[in-house]
Ligand binder design. Structure first.
Ligand code: CTP
Ligand code: MN
Ligand code: MN
Ligand code: MN
Length: 390
């Protein structure tokens, strides 16, 4: 028991997040929120190493069976660096951390938060805009010019895309995607991935993985799904990328970076509001879409509650033989995925991607047909999706 005065905790906490069970709900939310804010700020200032260190520290706190009350409770825990411990100490003693609060209020953090909140805007672009003096969406609009199609959509649907997607909405999107997939390829299978598969109540988007038990049938599927959806007027935006994995002559390419090469579609759905989807509270009644055009037009849009909302949806098509890797890779969390790859590389001399597992020592690819098999090949205990919330 942690309450007793022993020097070492009675249970050991493993140092890779993929060796541990991390539930969605845990006992140290105020500490992890603080550390994750610093992690995000480190991303905003292009300090990836520091960002990952804060995220790993936060992930350790998420696994603890009770709330941390004093620094002693942290004895023997991995991944807690000097900086993270200092922040935790301040919060335990004063209730808040001065560094966290001053970061939260900083001009750069606030501006970067707003700008990276635009779909299609990453840290690099937001940083450049910040250096040009842009602090808000209004600044961006008056600056004028040069937004790509993705960023324009991000701006047009900014409010909707920054409002959490509910489980009911995810379910409704799943029905639509299911209908589309069945219409264009009978026998195809669709699986909800991402945060909703891990049990999250809300998400920033909805992620789906699509496959067909007959290898090869899935080729070229995405454009068909997309055109079915477009014909029905269900898409506000889409960008489809072809599968680039099978294009090399010598079979599968060794995974060289984290980005996978599946046929995929980053989209924005136009989801009709129905009582089932909205529940009782129609939160966005009166919410407007940021529409280009005159003030008069915007006023008109604003005064009418819209009968639909924009929802970000990611669709990925995987060949059946790679499905288990794709499922593992697209279920997340992002830190859990990162830790799986780090474990594979550092502890097992293997490279894990969303396509395949490569054994560098044996110089061969390892196939698997379930997530359980992949964990086993990696020498890890199986962690179910609901416990991958690192
Ligand atoms: N992913 C990926 N390649 C991308 C984007 C995402 O492999 N280009 C993976 C991520 O690593 C993650 C999963 O897809 O494992 C889901 O990512 P995302 O939708 O961004 O996050 P969620 O965990 O679903 O959380 P949220 O509610 O914010 O969507
Ligand atoms: Mn998601
Ligand atoms: Mn996200
Ligand atoms: Mn996603």
């Amino acid at each position: 028991d942690l309450q007793s005065n022993t020097d070492s905790p009675t249970f050991a906490i493993e140092s890779y997040a993929c060796q541990r069970r991390t539930p969605l709900k845990h006992h140290n939310a105020s500490l992890t929120e603080a550390l994750e804010l610093l992690a995000q700020n480190a991303e905003f200032t292009d300090n990836e190493g520091r960002s990952v260190a804060f995220r790993r520290a936060a992930a350790v706190l998420k696994t603890l069976p009770r709330a941390v009350r004093r620094l002693d409770d942290l004895k023997g825990l991995p991944c807690l660096g000097e900086h993270s411990l200092r922040v935790i100490k301040e919060i335990l003693e004063d209730g808040v951390s001065s560094e966290v609060e001053s970061t939260r209020q900083s001009e750069q953090y606030k501006a970067m938060k707003v700008l990276t909140g635009i779909f299609g805007v990453g840290t690099k672009t937001a940083e450049r805009w910040f250096r040009e003096g842009i602090r808000s969406l209004a600044d961006l609009k008056t600056r004028g010019g040069r937004l790509n199609r993705e960023q324009q959509a991000g701006l047009d649907y900014y409010d909707d895309l920054n409002r959490p997607v509910s489980k009911a909405e995810a379910h409704a999107i799943g029905q639509i995607v299911g209908e589309a997939v069945r219409a264009v390829l009978p026998g195809a299978e669709i699986t909800l991935t991402g945060g909703f598969r891990r049990g999250k109540e809300v998400g920033h988007d909805v992620d789906f993985l699509i496959t067909h038990p007959e290898e090869g049938k899935e080729e070229g599927l995405m454009p068909k799904i997309v055109s079915w959806l477009e014909t029905k007027g269900l898409l506000l935006y889409q960008k489809t990328t072809r599968n680039s994995y099978l294009e090399s002559k010598d079979g599968p390419v060794r995974p060289s970076h984290n980005m996978d090469r599946f046929e995929r579609c980053f989209s924005i759905f136009k989801l009709k509001r129905t009582p089932e989807v909205c529940g009782t509270s129609n939160q966005s009644a009166g919410q407007n879409d940021v529409t280009e055009g005159s003030d008069v037009r915007q006023q008109e849009v604003q005064s009418e509650p819209s009968d639909w909302r924009a929802v970000r949806v990611d669709l990925v098509v995987s060949p059946y033989s790679q499905f288990a890797f794709a499922l593992l890779g697209w279920t997340g969390s992002k830190l859990f995925e990162r830790e799986l790859r780090r474990w594979a590389g550092q502890e097992k001399s293997m490279s894990l991607s969303s396509h395949v597992l490569y054994d560098r020592a044996q110089n061969r690819y390892l196939r698997a047909s379930s997530e359980e098999e992949i964990f086993a090949l990696l020498g890890l205990e199986y962690i179910p999706p609901s416990q991958r919330n690192a």
